[in-house]
Design a protein around this ligand. Structure first.
Ligand code: FAD
Length: 480
């Protein structure tokens, strides 16, 4: 009589190393059936965006390869997740389903109902952590409330026990006697074909656990030491670019935490960079705990007075922003980097978000929706918390009245204009003084660089000083 297998349901935990649910399945000694379910309904309005779907396809392929090296494979099923898992359990006589818990508002009731449904079938359903260093229920302030301010949250996290050590991937996974049927990945249409807009993303990224490992090693070897200085410079490779890997769980935060700590102990000159980096990792935890305790975070202002903000309907402005045609080079470079590569540097994310909200007075939810569709690292917690942070409506947010001047930001963080030149090629020949604000350049300088404003490159869609005044006036309404 063959042993009843354990189903491991993979969702945003697409790795084999440091995977508590998979480790528990291995420890059970039973055959394992790894499965991913393509369910376009489960996320509701938070179903994966186009760039994330592209990423997912690569990541599932990579996970399957890694499983095959260990004598296993990834089963693909589609449709309603609960029905698919129940049907699979019946088909292969599995008596247990293990998975990694999620934190999005839609997944929590789902996980509870899945447990109930599987329970009715006599199937054990166990959920495990692994996506976060600290579970959101665990870190509370002295009054037992969730934190709303980052610094005390951060300090409390640091004062807790060191996050557990990560575990290596199993070298072998027991297969069932007979593999159940699987969908073909290509049939899901996750990747674009006509047109195929993913060329820039293929050049930039290698989704999957091996890609994450390579990024992490590269970060520790070449970036970490200078991270606290380079992290704000979009023209240099000064950050880890691990965000999509973290968003899809191809690396765990525990793996990163311990690798970075070990690297900094081995080479103490890297300590400052390591501390600054781990602080960012805790910002991720902070976003997750905000989302966990405030389910409306992706849709409504955390500070309710901001729900009365007088946003404008500005379709033209929104389209210029999305396409990188605002006439502000640093904003356009960021929006084009996003479109071409599925990722944007954090400093520039702040600049473009501020521009949309405070220069164009467009609702932050519009920006968040565009990011959701175009980012390979789209992550409901980080995306919602960060947009609200820039808007001033979030927890511990930047004050609304602090309005970025995009030209000064550009001069400060892309002083030579290298980032702009990479993504806005029509401005390549402008020198590093004029490139930040071409509308202020002398006609002869523009002519020499082959720039015709309003023709080869747009005039600014708004005047900074007027936009600033309008934003402050709108903010007065919120204050009242
Ligand atoms: P690193 O500097 O190498 O940081 C390491 C890790 O720390 C990141 O991978 C990320 O997981 C975490 N991290 C870094 N900065 C932040 C932050 N400010 N908040 C929360 N976690 C952080 N990040 C996403 O992962 N998904 C999103 O959808 C997302 N949307 C954003 C929207 C806006 C408007 C802004 C301003 C920021 C957003 N961020 C988002 C946060 C941040 O920009 C990215 O995490 C970061 O740029 C990823 O690059 P990296 O991996 O090289 O970062």
């Amino acid at each position: 009589m063959p042993q009843s297998p354990v189903i491991v349901w993979f969702r945003r935990d697409l790795r084999l190393a440091d995977h508590p649910a998979l480790d528990a399945a291995v420890a059970s000694g039973r055959p394992i059936i790894p499965v991913h379910v393509h369910d376009t309904e489960l996320g509701g309005k938070w179903a994966l965006g186009a760039a994330s779907r592209w990423w997912l396809a690569g990541s599932l392929r990579s996970l399957d390869e890694e499983l095959q090296k260990r004598g296993s494979r990834l089963l693909l099923r589609s449709g309603d997740t609960a029905e698919a898992l129940r049907a699979l359990a019946k088909e292969c006589n599995a008596q247990a389903v293990y998975f990694t818990r999620g934190y999005e508002p839609f997944i929590r009731p789902f996980e509870a109902s899945l447990k109930g449904a599987l329970g009715e079938d006599g199937v054990e359903c166990r959920r495990f952590g692994g996506h976060l260093l600290f579970e959101p229920e665990e870190v509370m302030n002295k009054s037992g409330e969730p934190f709303k301010v980052f610094t005390p949250y951060y300090k409390t996290c640091l004062a807790r026990a060191t996050p557990r050590q990560p575990r290596p991937a199993a070298t072998k996974l027991d297969a069932p006697a007979v593999w159940p049927e699987s969908d073909a990945l290509e049939a899901w249409g996750l990747e674009p074909t006509k047109p195929d807009w993913a060329g820039g993303m293929r050049e930039t990224w290698a989704p999957g656990e091996r890609g994450a490992e390579a990024r992490l090693n590269d970060f520790m070897k070449t970036i970490m030491r200078g991270y606290s200085d380079t992290r704000n410079l979009p023209d240099v490779s000064g950050t880890s670019r691990l965000s999509p890997y973290l968003a899809f769980g191809e690396v765990s935060p525990h793996q990163i935490w311990h690798a970075v700590c070990a690297a900094s102990e081995a080479a103490p000159e890297g300590r400052k960079g390591a501390e600054s980096y781990l602080r960012e990792l805790i910002w991720r935890e902070f976003s997750y705990q905000l989302l966990f305790h405030h389910l409306h975070l992706p849709e409504a202002a955390f500070r309710p007075e901001f729900n009365a903000f007088p946003w404008t309907q500005n379709e033209q402005g929104l389209e210029a922003w999305r396409r990188g045609r605002t006439g502000y080079p640093i904003v356009d470079a960021g929006m084009r980097q996003l479109w071409e590569t599925g990722w944007m540097h954090n400093r520039v994310r702040m600049i473009v978000a501020s521009f949309l909200i405070k220069h164009l007075l467009i609702d932050w939810r519009e920006g968040k929706a565009w990011f959701w569709d175009t980012l390979v690292d789209a992550d409901l917690a980080n995306n919602a918390a960060s947009w609200q942070w820039v808007a001033g409506s979030g927890a511990d947010a930047a004050p609304y009245f602090r309005i970025f001047n995009p030209t000064l930001q550009s001069e400060k963080f892309d002083a030579e204009g290298g980032y702009i030149r990479r993504f806005v090629p029509e401005l390549t020949k402008l020198d590093s003084k004029t490139i930040h604000a071409p509308w202020l350049a002398a006609p002869a300088a523009l002519a020499r660089a082959g720039v015709r404003l309003g023709d080869t490159y747009p005039m600014p869609v708004v005047d900074h000083a007027k936009a600033r005044a309008a934003a402050l006036a709108a903010y007065e309404r919120v204050k009242k």
